[in-house]
Each structure stands twice: as C-alpha cells, then as structure tokens.
Ligand binder design. Structure first.
Ligand code: GDP
Length: 317
C-alpha cells in the first residue's frame, strides 16, 4: 500500500475547507492532515481543541457550515444551564460538542496521548483520513496586545479580537516534539506534496513552524511545499488575519503572507483577483500561480484541492 503522499497543515475554518477538498480527491490512506494545537485550552475542566474539532466535524459532515465552527443542529441546554448558575458562558459550548471534550478530557486523564484520542474520535465518527495534532505536547498562543498579554481564546472569543495586537508568543513550543507520525511522513519517499492550507499565518501556521526541528524537517522533505493565501482581494475571507496584519504594520496583501513563508515554501498560490501579485511573489524566489481560492461550497473545495495537488505534481517534475 502506498504511504502518505500529501501532508496538509491546517488551522480551523479556512484550513478545514481545503482539508475536506483534499479528502475528497485523494485516497484516504494517502492524506495526512496536521492540525494546529496552539488554540487549545482548558476551560471548565475540559480540554478543548478548536482546530482539531473543526477539522473533525468538517470531515465527518457534522460541521455547522454557516457558523464556521461547532456542529450543525446543535442544542445549547448545557450552556444555558451554566449561564443560569452564573458560570462562564463566553465560550459557546454546544451539548454535542461538550461530549467530544468530555471524552477527550477523560482519555487524557487516563494517560492517552492527544494523537491517540484524536484517532479514536475520528474512528468513531467514520473519518478514514489521518488527522493528527502537530504535537502531543502543549503549545499555547499568547497574544501580545496594547493592553497586555492574553491567552488566545481570551483574545479570540472573549474579547472578539478587539484588542490591538503587537505580537505573539507560543508558550511550550520550545519544549514540544513534532508528532512522530508527521516526522515519518515528511521523510517518506512517497511524499509528493506539502500544503499550507489558507489558514491564519500568525496563529495557525506560525505556532506549528515554531516547534523545534519543524522547519528543518520541512526543508529536508523531498516534496514541494505550497502555501495557499488566506488573504484575498485585500482582506481576510474570515477571522482576524487582516486586522492583525494592519496592526502589525504589514500591508494586507498575499505578498506580505508569501514573505513569511519565503524561506520555507516552494510555491505560493494567490487568488485570481490578486493576479497582479504573482510577479511580485515570484521576485521572492517562490513559484506562484493565481487560481480561484474561494471555497464557498463543496465543489469549490474539491476544485481547489485538485488544482493544488496538480500544481504540486507539476512543481516536482
Ligand atoms: P481558524 O483557526 O478557525 O482561524 O482557521 P484558519 O486559521 O484555518 O483559517 C482562517 C483563515 O482562513 C482566514 O485568514 C481566512 O481568510 C482564510 N479563509 C477562510 N475561508 C477561505 C477561503 O474560502 N479561501 C481562502 N483563500 N481563504 C479562506
């Protein structure tokens, strides 16, 4: 049997869309989806992994598509009851979602690794692809803001990304080990594509790249590394990436994202509306193509996934 041919690095919403497209075009045993864990946090005694869960719910067809997170048809009785008790209700936990966190927390307490628990959840939900956390060790994004340092979910959910960002740090990253399954796949001769999904470059992709040895392992892989721009037409499709760029003094362009990956990536994909950026990205020494990258429905996801795979294969010839 062929091993992993494609590795996709993903955050939550943007990454999960392309991951679903890849899952539709590749045989399940060939795809490895690597999730950011720096958004993870402990809340109400539960261990919550927002990016892993968004990808899981997307792959098994249970994701709430309009909301972009959580489960379709979710009910909120637990949160309502918690709120009535005066408990913290700023992080919206649906009833079915709570079950995922309960199961995970219990298994971690029993000594299971996050990778094992993730595999168990995927198996139970009928997901045939390999979905793994980038590391089994805790890495936590801390957002530096004008008003002080904030744990990621405090910034992202409780304060709705309102504080002005001045930088980030990834606590624990220096002590984290790359998931051994990812390490093995990166050094496999079967590998033909490494994809950075259109995920937030600062808080979804950067924490994964901060793990010691990750950049070296990527550079040693015998496959092209292709990043898809999350910035389209001068803004982010969703989430705070554009706001972060402007607060960090960066232009809100695909070029500015490409610069962050230029020491690592082989190629960068911009959206067709940003065709004027192609020549400038190529000046960074990256290959670059423009293609439709907006994934508004499953056909879009499948089409982009096929195009990215074809592009990777063309690059490695
Ligand atoms: P999060 O962890 O939930 O914030 O999700 P990600 O980091 O994976 O994705 C967030 C990024 O995805 C944002 O910067 C969006 O601009 C980008 N994004 C979301 N949907 C799309 C899309 O359809 N096409 C492209 N090109 N980017 C997208």
């Amino acid at each position: 049997m062929k091993g992993i041919s494609t590795i996709a690095f993903s955050g939550g919403v943007g990454g999960a869309k392309l991951a679903l497209g890849l899952a539709r075009v590749l045989p399940p045993e060939e795809l490895l989806i690597v999730a950011n864990t720096a958004d993870d946090f402990d809340h109400l005694g539960l261990h919550i992994c927002p990016d892993l869960d968004t990808i899981t719910y997307t792959l098994c067809g249970r994701a709430n598509r309009s909301q972009g997170w959580g489960i379709e048809g979710e009910t909120w009785n637990c949160l309502q009851a918690l709120s009535e008790l005066g408990g913290p209700d700023w992080f919206r936990l649906g009833d079915r979602d709570v079950a995922t966190h309960l199961y995970r927390t219990q298994r971690l307490r029993e000594g299971a690794r996050l990778s094992e628990v993730t595999a168990e959840i995927c198996l139970a939900l009928g997901i045939g692809q390999r979905l793994i956390p980038v590391s089994d060790d805790p890495v936590r994004t801390i957002v530096h803001t004008a008003g002080g340092d904030l744990p990621f979910q405090d910034y992202f959910v409780r304060q709705r990304c309102e504080p002005r960002v001045t930088g980030f740090r990834f606590d624990g990253a220096d002590r984290a080990a790359i998931n051994p399954e990812l390490h093995a796949a990166l050094s496999s001769p079967d590998l033909s594509a490494v994809i950075f999904c259109p995920s937030n470059p600062f808080v979804s992709i950067a924490p994964m790249l901060a793990i010691p040895g990750m950049q070296e392992a990527l550079l040693a892989a015998r496959a092209p590394i292709v990043a898809v721009s999350p910035i389209v037409g001068g803004t982010a499709v969703k989430g705070p990436a554009a706001k972060m760029m402007s607060e960090l003094g960066l232009p809100i362009t695909p070029l500015a994202v490409a610069k962050r990956y230029s020491d690592l990536a082989t190629a960068f994909i911009v959206d067709v509306v940003d065709g004027d950026q192609v020549a400038r990205v190529r000046e960074l020494g990256l290959a670059c193509e423009a293609m439709p990258t907006l994934m508004n429905n499953d056909d879009d996801k499948l089409r982009l996934a096929s195009s990215v795979i074809d592009y990777c294969h063309a690059l490695s010839r």
